[in-house]
Design a protein around this ligand. Structure first.
Ligand code: AMP
Length: 170
């Protein structure tokens, strides 16, 4: 299935020079949404994944049905100050300055098999930071799943050496 016609491209959002790949138009299409979850499931079914770790906020939309589909639990990685219990924090570089992500310290046990999900990989900074959080928790990272990959930014070169699934490339 060709997903590009379902993805809306918005120029100069959130700032000049960026083409925002808007997946709300894909998510509202029931065939498009099922196709995405089915593709991720095909890639990662039968690997005994314990948890789908999803990145706030569009990762949550995909991570939950995927976890249900492959028989895994769901764990959120959130922006600072949102998770109520004790957290592990990772800082990562942005174009200007830094940002951080958090996960509950007791979210998973060492050795858990996990998959990281988000809607899009651009520079790879967000996904690499999430992988670092999981490494600190001594998890076994089995792969990444994205709907969209911005290939020219070479984000996957920042990620650990595990399978990286993307369905649409720009
Ligand atoms: P990065 O850390 O550079 O790989 O950026 C990935 C995160 O930023 C993901 O959570 C995306 O949702 C968001 N993002 C980055 N670039 C875009 C874009 N061009 N269109 C939509 N979302 C983007």
């Amino acid at each position: 299935m060709d997903l590009k016609p379902l993805i809306r491209n918005i120029r100069d959002f959130p700032k000049p020079g960026i083409v925002f790949r808007d997946v709300t138009t894909l998510l509202r299409d029931h065939k498009g949404l099922s196709y995405v979850i089915d593709q991720f499931s095909l890639q990662y079914a039968n690997q005994n994944i314990d948890y789908v770790v999803a990145i706030e906020s569009r990762g949550f939309i995909l991570g939950s049905p995927l976890a249900y589909h492959i028989g895994a639990g769901f764990i959120p990685v959130r922006k600072p100050g949102k998770l109520p219990a004790d957290v592990h924090v990772v800082e990562y570089e942005l174009e200007y300055g830094t940002d951080s992500l958090e996960i509950h310290r007791d979210a998973l046990k060492p050795g858990s098999k996990v998959l990281i999900v988000d809607d899009l990989i651009a520079t790879g900074g967000t996904a690499a930071a999430t992988a670092k959080l999981l490494q600190e928790l001594e998890c076994e990272l089995l792969g990444f799943a994205f709907i969209i990959e911005l290939v020219e930014l070479a984000g996957r070169s920042k990620l650990p050496d595990v399978p990286v699934c993307s369905i649409v490339q720009y």
